[in-house]
Design a protein around this ligand. Structure first.
Ligand SMILES: Cc1cc2nc3c(=O)[nH]c(=O)nc-3n(C[C@H](O)[C@H](O)[C@H](O)COP(=O)(O)O)c2cc1C
Length: 371
């Protein structure tokens, strides 16, 4: 028997969080928050995805309270009265439509945003590098590190206070937390760096411990991780399951209940040399090695992957049979859908009943406004 859509529409409980299905809206920066505060258009955009049947919405990256935590001017803050009032409205709208939501807490480190915009304060990173051999910004002092950890914890507490159902910490894609993980950008010899992945994970571990202390034992915390970086798509933090355990297990131990394992194509096996071309993907290995709940992602429902989409390549709507086969074998628990939910807020509902027509494909021009 072939796997059916029902696999996507089973509920899942994570502590106090009850999700009606396995579909997660992936975090997607839109750079359209006026003055850094989400307004009615942003709230309506998220509400439409909740109305369209998404189980859990993860917001675009929204930055913690550090002077140079964002690299584009339209990225929303997750601090300050105006921004937090805007976020409260967003989560109220999503709840009114039956959805659940997490903000994605972010610090862009020394990465470049689009359009050449520069923050007023100096950009910061573990060792003043953007990539191996590419200096950018300043190396963080001990005080900066402590302040950044406190900023993530405070934002997690705000998420809970505003009524969000969970929170995601962005530890992926070559931004600040990932710049600590990566040996290419973390050359520190103090407590926050070192030759092993455990040593370079200490910053993330301390963020998770502080966030966990701030939200209490029950509130779910999601950590997004990736092997790839915006600076180097081929980079890998863990080249074996053993190294992956040393990377991820302490993060789960420190307070992450859910690992959101970012890949550009969900069907790509992480260690094909061990379990072959149909082997477990990153989320599959993360679940197997740590026992945590995991979210997978990457090109669901579309013909092409997202970096090609940024270069202008259009993607057509595509079937989800391969996804259902992986869900059937319980490789991971949840699946995040990115661009397919920008192009079609009703992607979940259309996938469920198959009657109201095929979901729409994606083109870059769709990013110009919030629909
Ligand atoms: C316009 C756009 C903005 C994105 N912004 C973020 C972001 O703020 N945080 C993040 O973790 N990933 C971000 N991503 C990556 C997505 O969350 C997702 O992993 C990627 O698009 C692959 O999923 P898809 O193939 O379903 O689009 C972004 C992707 C797109 C297309």
């Amino acid at each position: 028997m072939s796997a059916t859509n029902d696999l996507l529409f089973r509920p899942l409980t994570i502590g106090p969080l009850e999700l009606k299905n396995r579909i997660v809206m992936a975090p997607m920066t839109r750079n359209l928050a006026p003055e850094g505060a989400p307004g009615p258009a942003n709230a309506a955009y998220y509400r439409r995805r909740a109305e369209g049947g998404v189980g859990l919405i993860i917001s675009e990256g929204t930055v913690v309270d550090r002077p140079a935590s964002r690299n584009q001017p339209g990225i929303p803050f997750f601090h300050g009265e105006a921004a937090l009032a805007g976020w409260r409205k967003v989560v109220e709208e999503v709840h009114a439509a039956g959805g659940r939501m997490a903000p994605q807490l972010w610090h862009t480190g020394s990465t470049l945003g689009g359009g050449g915009w520069e923050p007023e304060a100096p950009v910061e990173s573990p060792s003043g590098l953007l990539a191996p051999g590419k200096p950018r910004g300043v190396a963080m002092s001990e005080e900066d590190v402590a302040d950044a950890i406190a900023a993530f914890a405070k934002a997690a507490a705000e998420a809970k206070r505003l009524g969000f159902d969970t929170v995601e910490i962005h530890g992926a894609h070559g931004y600040l937390i990932d710049e600590f993980f990566w040996s290419g950008t973390n050359l520190r010899a103090d407590l926050w760096g070192g030759p092993t992945i455990e040593a370079r994970s200490r910053f993330a571990v301390e963020i998770l411990r502080a966030a966990r202390a701030a939200v209490g034992p029950e509130f779910p915390i999601i950590l997004r991780v990736s092997q790839w970086k915006g600076q180097d798509y081929a980079a890998r933090l863990a080249t074996s399951p053993e190294e992956m355990t040393r990377w991820l297990a302490p993060l789960v131990e420190a307070g992450a209940n859910v690992l959101h394992c970012s890949q550009r194509r969900f069907w790509e096996p992480e260690f094909p040399e061990i379990d072959g071309p149909e082997g477990l993907n990153l989320a599959g290995w993360a679940k197997k090695l740590t026992g945590a709940t995991t979210i997978s992602v990457g090109s669901v429902g579309l013909s092409g992957e997202f970096l090609a989409a940024f270069r202008g390549e259009a993607s057509e709507s595509a079937g989800i049979e391969a996804l259902l086969r992986r869900m059937e074998r319980e490789e991971f628990d949840l699946i995040a859908v990115g661009r397919a939910l920008i192009s079609d807020p009703d992607w979940a509902a259309k996938t469920r009943d198959g009657k109201s027509g095929a979901p729409k494909g994606f083109e870059r021009a769709m990013l110009a406004e919030l629909v």
